[in-house]
Design a binder for this molecule. Sequence first.
Ligand code: ATR
Length: 280
Amino acid sequence: MLFPAIDGTTTLYGIIGNPVAHSFSPLMHSQAFWQVGHKALYLPFPVEPEDLPQLLEAFRIASVQGFNVTVPYKEAIVPFLDDLTEEAQLLGSVNTVWREAGRWKGHSTDGPGFVRGLKERGWQVEGRSATLLGAGGSAKAVAFSLLKAGLAQLHIKNRTRAKAEELASKLAEIFGADRLSVGLPEGGADLLVNCTSVGLKADLSPLPKGQLEAYRQVVDIIYNPAQTRLLKDAQDLGLEWDNGLAMLLYQGVESFEIWTGRPAPVALMKETLAAQLQGK
Ligand code: ATR
């Protein structure tokens, strides 16, 4: 393991959430900082909801340079920030914050990280079609970034149909109604993305195996278990598949690059994540 050179100029980053003890980000980012010679540490900050309004002032005083935001504060942090990127504004959600000319700026790297993961795998997004399962926070981020990356057609299916309709109509305002539909498409699509929590706690799939045949590529944003029932079915059917580790990795990579202005040491970050997952 690399050892950090800590001195009087070392700066601080971290992740806020509740709980955050399970987070892989502190080791992943701290090691990445040391690898590129960015003199900084990244720590977990468990935050109580009532402390959120004072948090940015406390971080300003303590010279915290930037931080990630996880459950349950991705939306709750937004009113306290000075500036948002277009992505964060549209999603109403932030997972990455940094200081810019004395102001706190927020962005969401979840969606960009997801799309970057697909591209690193050589999976094309532009001009393709996809079905998205779910309409919660992750689904929203993934949907927005897929369309922004040029996805031609997005079908949104959710247990609570009204939430899928709400998301589709919001996205239709930005990307055009012809690129969106609600419900499962009859002939399937190129890509299927699971953004529901089905498969996280039990060996269940959000889509019957018979309907999976209508896809070529399948991604589950769940990374633990590494292969959910959905992904096992995809493998059985000979489809290309991937789990949520790439999204976890590349959302971190994107945050790192915003904070440091340098290319992230992706291989090291991936190794650190895999090692931590194995220890679980
Ligand atoms: P996240 O931030 O991870 O996206 P979320 O916002 O709570 O989490 O969203 C969870 C998603 O999983 C929702 O789309 C939810 O469907 P509902 O909108 O109908 O609640 C979906 N989900 C959770 N449990 C499910 C289940 N048993 N069957 C189908 N969908 C489920």
